[in-house]
Design a protein around this ligand. Structure first.
Ligand code: GAR
Length: 206
């Protein structure tokens, strides 16, 4: 049976993409294969990570595509279709996707978010802002969540979560790093394998 074809959507540094590549190369993603990386930003370091791993990448930049959500998403869909993608992984992808996109790929998109959803999530909560919010609230425990993506930002069914302690003297940057190391880089490859295996199973039983 062929492996589940995965696209990873990125916007920046791509450390979560790297965790997925490392999992694939280390045999921890036996049911899936990353066939495409889509970046919303030209020059994102994630593109170099893809190139180093021999994975094709494409840039779909909203501004360059005329600025509409429709043109942006149809460029992404065209690239996904051409590569035969069956599972979409949002790994630091900083654009919100419309309902027509999430409906088209229902139960086929997962996202990693750097908090314990439903805390510190939703529209406008991304990257360092999430950790700033956790620190300013004063919570003692935060973490990361991998969830299915639907039309509600960070609102889809939770697949995996892991808690991470907040330490005295943490800054948004030190906390971001600990959440990545202790939670995101472990959860995302595990969720990718879970979903890939489930999709393979579905194909076998179809
Ligand atoms: C990660 O912490 C990811 O969880 C977060 O952005 C960072 C991207 O880092 N995503 C969100 O906040 C989405 N709401 P990376 O490019 O090094 O993987």
């Amino acid at each position: 049976m062929t492996k589940t074809k995965i696209a990873v959507l990125v916007s920046g540094g791509g450390t979560n993409l790297q965790a997925l590549i490392d999992a694939q190369q280390g045999g921890a993603l036996p049911s899936g294969e990353i066939v495409l990386v889509v970046s919303s930003q030209r020059g994102a370091y994630a593109i170099e990570r893809a190139a180093k791993a021999g994975i094709p990448s494409v840039v779909c930049n909203k501004k360059e595509l005329g600025g509409t959500q429709e043109a942006f998403e149809s460029a992404i869909c065209a690239a996904l279709d051409e590569a035969g993608v069956e599972l979409i992984i949002l790994a630091g992808f900083m654009s919100i996707l419309s309902e027509s996109f999430t409906t088209r790929y229902r139960d086929r998109i997962i996202n990693v978010h750097p908090s314990l959803i439903p805390s510190f999530c939703g529209k406008g909560m991304y990257g360092l802002k999430v950790h700033e919010a956790a620190l300013s609230y004063g919570v003692k425990v935060t973490g990361a969540t991998v969830h299915l993506v639907n039309e509600i930002p960070d609102g889809g069914r939770i697949l995996l979560q892991k808690a991470v302690e907040i330490l005295e003297g943490d800054t948004p940057e030190t906390l971001q790093r600990r959440v990545m190391e202790q939670a995101e880089w472990k959860l995302l490859p595990a969720a990718a394998e879970l979903m890939s295996a489930a999709i393979m199973n579905e194909k076998e039983n179809a």
